[in-house]
Design a binder for this molecule. Structure first.
Ligand SMILES: *Cc1c(COP(=O)(O)O)cnc(C)c1O
Ligand SMILES: [Zn+2]
Length: 367
């Protein structure tokens, strides 16, 4: 029986489909040990993130994923510019719904299907909702997606196409989440939340496993955009598992990127706080990382600090020029994803430092 353990008070619960948060308000982790990695098992699986199935908390031999997968994962790792051979982009927009959220959604919805849930609810600034809607459709599970009424029309169209019911909420990102959570509690259904459900991170951790296979090592640094921290924490957990199994000999430094107009984590990092104090989002083009009150802030700050990493803030006027600069090199990313490259340009790198910049969302998703 899988158990959840509260990140704040350590209370343990038997996992049930409608349980999503501790009674103290804390977020859950899965109660489990670091997996023993058997690299020789990887070739028994298709060339997708499911290569690492045996590192995920599923019963051995459980095969629900086979009917859920759309081939997500194993995104290319490419040198961005031959003049800088140690700087790579990992092209995570090459996914079924065109963002890295498919890593988490595929694993989380596989778990939902295994549990036999009758309906899922999620809230999102766009891409997580799109990914959950797509995988819910794949699973044949009805799905309500809560979105702000200001969500990019292209992302709304994507969600709608998968047959999800869209609940448009007027208000902040936090108001959207609160409306979804109220519905989850009232309807007693599965909260397919990329923020709260720890199975999502079992999917995003494969970002690290793939880098390990592509480089035969960890990189020195990882540039990672952060709003709720789903890629950041996944990458951290993945590399930690590789480190504790002796497959790599050091953790990559996490260089976390926030939009200056909505940067609660960066502020807490600088002031030495253990968790973030919510800020007011004063408006940013980087809609996908505009999270004023990240629920996993304590874990994100700990991850960045444990790797000797840092935070970099991006100003509004740096975003579109970074997007144009990437397009000039052949890569067309959504506006939010341009902050990753803007962050790289501001990062004070060491000579020969091996750095990976994720390209998180495809250009056609935004204006
Ligand atoms: C979700 C997303 C992010 C940020 O991820 P968080 O989990 O909120 O930290 C960054 N870029 C894109 C394109 C995204 O879809
Ligand atoms: Zn608790």
């Amino acid at each position: 029986m899988t158990q959840f353990v509260c990140n704040s008070c350590s209370k343990k619960y038997d996992m049930t489909p409608s349980l999503w948060r501790c009674e103290c308000g804390g977020v859950f982790n899965i109660a489990k040990d670091i997996p023993k990695i058997d690299v020789s098992s990887w070739n028994n699986y298709p060339n997708s993130l499911w290569r690492y199935f045996e590192t995920m908390p599923f019963e051995k031999g459980s095969n629900k994923w086979q009917s859920v997968t759309m081939g997500e994962g194993q995104s290319p790792l490419i040198v961005l510019d031959p003049a800088e051979p140690n700087v790579y982009v990992k092209i995570d927009y090459m996914m079924p719904t065109l963002s890295f959220k498919d890593r988490g959604a595929a694993v989380l919805m596989t778990k939902a299907k295994e549990l036999g849930v009758s309906k899922v609810i999620a809230d999102s600034s766009g891409n997580a909702g799109t990914a959950i809607a797509a995988y819910a459709a794949r699973c044949g599970i009805p799905c309500d997606i809560y979105l702000s009424d200001e969500t990019s029309p292209k992302k709304v169209a994507q969600v709608k196409a998968h047959g999800a019911t869209i609940k448009e909420i007027r208000g902040t990102r936090e108001d959207v989440a609160a409306a979804a959570q109220k519905a989850v509690n009232e309807e007693n259904v599965f909260y397919a939340s990329h923020v709260y459900n720890p199975y999502f991170y079992e999917g995003t951790k494969t970002y690290a496993y793939e880098i390990y296979e592509q480089l035969n090592a960890a990189s020195d640094a990882l540039i990672i955009p952060v709003g709720n921290g789903t890629l950041l924490l996944g990458a951290y957990y993945g590399f930690k598992e590789l480190l504790e199994n002796g497959l790599i000999d050091k953790m990559p430094k996490i260089v976390a990127i926030q939009a200056d107009n909505c940067a609660p984590l960066s502020k807490a990092f600088r002031t030495g706080e253990e968790s973030a104090v919510p800020v007011a989002n004063t408006g940013t083009l980087a809609e996908g990382i505009a999270i004023a009150a990240p629920a996993r802030s304590q874990q994100i700050l700990e991850a960045v600090r444990n790797t000797g990493g840092t935070f970099i803030n991006i100003e509004e006027n740096e975003i579109l020029s970074a997007r144009a600069a990437l397009s000039d090199k052949g890569f067309y990313v959504e506006i939010t994803s341009a902050v990753n490259y803007a962050g790289y340009l501001k990062y004070n790198k060491a000579p020969e430092e091996k750095i990976i910049i994720p390209l998180c969302g495809a250009g056609i998703k935004s204006k």
